[in-house]
Design a protein around this ligand. Structure first.
Ligand SMILES: Cc1ncc(COP(=O)(O)O)c(C=O)c1O
Length: 374
């Protein structure tokens, strides 16, 4: 089967072993054991039930989102949630509307299942929101899935709830399921429009995990909230790839779930303390476009005159010792994503290196065509 490889993932995995100031990641630094509440007995190879995950975790997620356990599919990260949902819903030849700029996994999965990706633009001028009319025009009888993220990766913009509700309603009329990746949503302040959009319609699948906000990527604990008819089908797909869920991860997740408020406050604190440092740097320059992220630890920026960023990012890495993600991986050459979870001194140093690299690159590579780095 021909499919678009998830080249960003390959790039990201390799980058972690590269020297330099790492400003490429979108996840929080690993959580501290005491913040997550882990104890030695969590590392037992047994859990209450490993097959579809610990039922206590199912119940916890169900009650967190005020839904039934029948709507909860525990997954190994939201990445697996997307895979199960696509596998459950698609037939070869279907259309999948995918936000762009966006997370490349959606294009890879669409092509992997023999389907056609259709881009839905999110534009800077529109605060990175999709246009409702444009969206409605893209819907047709082949459209099985629409995929969005909220908060949006790479821009960390928050979609207005009314717009999302309208899109979900339009998709429902068309018989289309809307999958919304909510893995960054808990970067919002509690109560600040941070509810899951699962409640916006019975054609919604919302995915999330403990990876990004909670710094627990290592335990690969995620979940999908899905209408019962689809949740069952997702388990059919899961049976082909997961004989069981890792018991230790389920045990650790059970503890971590009870400490979400504490860990969430740590993530929000980093955003609130570090964003002013980034903004100060951005304001000193008159050549950079950006929209203030609603939360999180990354900002999406564009420097005047740069149409491609792949080579620039390589220059940043090789000559200036700083690692960021080129927009090419999000279908947006000319832009790049900069992380700001680093300690303040390192963050200031990293930003200054990025600035010097941009200035230097402009001088020397004016009209060169460039491609993403390997
Ligand atoms: C939108 C989005 N969803 C999911 C993931 C991966 O999340 P997880 O670790 O929960 O699989 C990422 C990672 O960058 C992402 O950007």
């Amino acid at each position: 089967m021909e499919f678009e490889p998830f080249s960003y993932m390959r790039h990201a995995k390799r980058l972690e072993y590269t020297a330099g100031i790492y400003m490429a990641g979108s996840g929080m630094p690993p959580a501290k054991v005491e913040d997550a509440g882990f104890t030695d007995d969590d590392y037992a190879l047994k859990t209450l039930c490993a097959s579809y995950g610990d039922p206590r975790n199912v119940d916890f997620i169900a009650s967190r989102y005020k839904t039934s356990g029948n709507n909860v599919v525990l997954t190994q990260g939201s990445s697996e949630g997307y895979f199960l949902a696509f596998g459950a819903l698609l037939e070869p030849g279907d259309k999948v509307i995918i936000e762009t700029p966006g997370y490349q996994q959606f294009n890879s999965l669409t092509t992997f299942f023999g389907c056609r990706p259709v881009p839905l633009k999110r534009r800077f001028e529109n605060k990175w929101n999709p246009d409702l009319k444009e969206f409605k025009r893209l819907l047709d009888d082949k459209t099985k899935i629409v995929v969005l993220t909220d908060l949006h990766n790479p821009t960390m913009s928050k979609m207005p709830p009314d717009l999302l509700k309208d899109m979900i309603a339009a998709a429902a009329k068309n018989g289309t399921t809307v999958i919304v990746g909510e893995v960054y949503k808990d970067h919002l302040k509690p109560g600040d429009n941070d509810e899951s959009c699962f409640e916006y319609g019975d054609n919604v699948i919302a995915t999330s995990s403990l990876t990004k906000v909670y710094g627990l990527s290592a335990i690969r604990f995620g979940w999908a909230l899905a209408p019962e008819r689809i949740a069952g089908r997702m388990l059919d797909v899961m049976d082909m790839v997961d004989p069981e869920m890792p018991a230790i991860c389920q045990n650790l997740a059970w503890k971590a779930l009870h400490n979400l408020p504490r860990m969430r406050a740590i993530a929000r604190g980093i955003h609130e303390r570090h964003w002013p440092i980034v903004e100060e740097w951005l304001k000193q320059r008159d050549d950079i476009e950006y929209l203030k992220p609603a939360g999180g630890i990354t900002v999406w920026i564009h420097a005047d005159g740069l149409k491609d960023t792949g080579n620039l990012v390589q220059v940043m890495r090789n000559e200036f010792g700083v690692l960021v993600v080129p927009g090419e991986y999000f279908q947006a050459p000319g832009w790049f994503r900069v992380g700001y979870k680093n300690p303040p001194g390192e963050l200031r140093d990293g930003l200054s290196r990025i600035g010097r690299a941009i200035d230097d690159y402009r001088k020397t590579h004016k009209s060169q065509k460039i491609k993403p780095g390997k």
